[in-house]
Design a protein around this ligand. Structure first.
Ligand code: UD1
Length: 442
């Protein structure tokens, strides 16, 4: 078992390169099921979620080849071996349901394990299913699985009750090989959806409007192979900006699309963080004065991203004044609050809002990661806290942050991964050091 040990108090300084987006890579990988042609993806981050999607594609019959060092990934699906996304993989990663649209569209059949509950909310997939049904699929549910069948999907007008990212992607992928035109209304507008649409267009799909609330898809007979470079990860970028902010440091972020981060940049600047665009070099983040409390409400894009809410809350705990953070996207995304409270943050929750009173003097403590982005928030809090913070259950963090220990270490943070064993008396014996940031133990 591994834990992170963070010794806080050092302002981060230096440069950090942001990876390609996890949330763009996953649907694009699933989209490889739509074509028998060869797909080459460039810059795919070697994250645990990416590996789970690779296992799923392999299970379904894809030939896969991934170089985690270069990020090059080759995918070819000549024939399908199975049409089931099993519980073991969907339970591990909800984005596994993204194979439903492509399987149904190309093969007329998909069987997907129901994801069930998840840490940050109920997260049903009713909108995905509604999209498939509107395109003409018959749906049967039973034994924990959703089975969708259709001889041929037919384009139609679909109104999404909520601009769900996954439902937009799944329905869009189902519609590209459908007969006729599909008009998807009230759909999600995230940059990852635009990236998926660009990728599909490269393969010969006819899509317009991605990035707005109405997407039009004219079905085509078949798709060919192609290559694509995945967009930078706006959530990873935002996390490092907040790390610079919470440590009152100065960090240059490389490989960022500032446009994708507009609401985050606006809120950071309102709070007193300075952001300078340095042309091709990237974005320079610094803190010229004190950090002020600001209110934030999470919303679908182009609103403030829910995936940066926990990290922003950590920053607000160190700000002067009181801020209110309202979470509207997920119903249970305050799991980091009790952990942040252990570190001295003054936070109270009322329904979907959290009141954060700052500035708090953060102190190192042992904390447990409840989910991916909450884990990032705890690391940030640890970087700002006095003393040592031990962070448990860090496998959640590995789902979405590649080499976070090395990257933060490169910026001067004192952070290391520690192997921890349970002793015979049941207590934890820490000590076997795995790797300090930037250090090569080999
Ligand atoms: C994606 C992101 C995730 C991010 C989220 C919101 C990926 C792989 N993951 O997740 O990191 O936090 O967008 O920006 O891209 N909902 C329904 N019914 C459905 C589908 C969703 O009620 O059929 C609800 C969910 O419970 C949630 C809200 O809609 O409350 C948003 O979910 P959605 O946009 O679908 O998120 P994901 O695609 O799962």
């Amino acid at each position: 078992m591994e834990q992170l040990l963070v010794e806080g108090g050092t302002p981060l300084k230096g440069r950090v390169k942001v990876n390609s987006a996890k949330n763009a890579s996953l649907p694009i990988m699933a989209a490889a099921l739509l074509t028998p042609g060869d797909i080459l993806l460039e810059g795919v981050p070697p994250l645990d979620d990416v590996k789970t999607m690779l296992s799923l594609l392999h299970h379904l019959g894809a030939r896969t080849n991934f170089n985690p060092t270069t990020g090059d990934m080759k995918l070819t699906v000549p024939n399908l071996q199975d049409f089931t996304a099993p519980y073991e993989l969907v339970g591990k990663m909800r984005a596994s349901v993204l194979v439903m649209g492509p399987l149904l569209s190309r093969y007329g059949r998909a069987r997907i394990s129901q994801p069930g509950g998840c840490a940050i909310g109920l997260r049903p997939i009713d909108l995905h299913v509604k999209g498939m049904m509107a395109l003409g699929a018959d749906i049967v549910m039973g034994h924990g699985y959703i089975e969708a069948r259709a001889k041929k999907l037919h384009g139609t007008r679909i109104y999404l009750d909520y601009p769900s990212v996954g439902a937009t992607e799944n329905t869009m992928m189902a519609a590209v090989l459908a007969e006729g035109t599909t008009v998807l209304e009230n759909c999600a507008q995230e940059p990852e959806i635009v990236d998926l649409a660009n990728f599909l267009s490269n393969l010969g799909a006819r899509i317009s409007g991605a990035g707005t609330s109405v997407i039009r898809i004219h079905g085509v007979e078949e798709l060919r192979g192609g290559r694509h470079t995945v967009i930078p990860d706006r959530i990873e970028a935002g996390t490092y900006m907040l790390a610079a902010g919470i440590t009152r440091g100065e960090v240059l972020l490389e490989n960022v699309i500032a446009d994708h981060l507009k609401p985050v940049l606006a809120k950071l600047e309102e709070a007193g963080v300075r952001i300078e665009e340095r042309g091709d070099e990237g974005l320079l983040v610094s803190v010229p004065g004190e950090i002020r409390a600001v209110d934030v409400k999470t919303l679908p894009y182009p609103g403030f991203p829910t995936d940066l809410q926990p990290q922003f809350m950590a920053l607000m705990a160190t700000a002067r004044g009181s801020s209110v953070i309202t979470e509207t996207v997920f119903e249970n995304r305050f799991m980091h609050v009790p952990q942040l409270q252990r570190m001295g943050c003054n936070i109270s929750i009322e329904g979907r809002s959290a009141l954060i009173k700052g500035p708090a003097s953060l102190t190192g403590a042992t904390v447990k990661v409840p989910d991916l982005r909450a884990g990032a928030a705890l690391i940030l809090a640890g970087l700002a806290a006095a003393g040592s913070t031990w962070i448990r259950e860090i496998h959640h963090v590995d789902r979405g942050y590649h080499e976070i220990v090395d990257k933060l270490g490169g910026l001067g943070a004192r952070i290391s991964r520690i192997k921890v064993g349970r002793s015979l008396t049941g207590t934890y014996a820490a000590g076997m050091r795995i790797k300090k940031a930037g250090e090569n133990l080999a």
